[in-house]
Design a protein around this ligand. Structure first.
Ligand code: FES
Length: 184
């Protein structure tokens, strides 16, 4: 091979270099088109977290009988409790570590299956490690349809007294608005 030939660019290596740069160009273009397509998709369908509403209606006071009503425990995490003075809503979350207690009508007690906390029908602690009484949610009557509206995040949480029976909040002084709906 002459020295002239050596200095001439090799045709096949020139071609493959061109191909290589072509590929890079197309790859970059595809990546940028793909990226903006993903961005557009995310814009059209944003990530939304569907959480249950924290304010909701549960029906009229007349829909509930005396004592503890468990119908909304699974769906709303509440018990509706009615006595001869009116109605209140207990939140079905144990004050120890947040498990869901069960209601035992024959004992008139809520019992937590996790570590054994026991509460009476008012939410007072009657045994186990729970450090506070059960929360009560704020309730009000909607004038438009007479339904009870529950505000799950507005909770009554008075300091309990330590008595011989357990941690107790005096009843009925506790039965005040907005945590109690008086009987009509
Ligand atoms: S979570 Fe209920 S007793 Fe521990």
């Amino acid at each position: 091979m002459s020295s002239e030939d050596k200095n001439k660019p090799n045709k096949s290596s020139e071609m493959s270099r061109r191909k290589f740069f072509n590929l890079i160009g197309w790859g970059g273009l595809l990546a940028s088109v793909g990226g903006s397509a993903v961005g557009t998709y995310k814009f059209m369908f944003p990530t939304v977290l569907y959480e249950p509403p924290t304010v909701f209606k549960i029906g009229k006071a007349a829909d509930f009988g005396m004592g503890v009503d468990e119908r909304l425990k699974k769906e709303r995490q509440i018990w509706v409790v009615k006595n001869d003075r009116g109605l209140y809503v207990l939140i079905a979350i144990c004050r120890h570590l947040g498990c869901t207690p069960n209601w035992f009508p024959d004992q008139q007690r809520f019992r937590c299956p996790c570590h054994g906390s026991i509460y009476d029908i008012y939410g007072n602690v009657r045994g186990g490690p729970a450090p506070r009484t059960l929360w009560r949610a704020a309730v009000s009557i909607d004038a438009a349809d007479n339904q009870i509206s529950v505000n799950f995040l507005n909770r009554q949480d008075p300091d309990p007294e330590s008595t011989a029976e357990g941690l107790t909040v005096e009843e009925p002084p506790r039965e005040t608005a907005p945590y109690f709906v008086k009987s009509a």
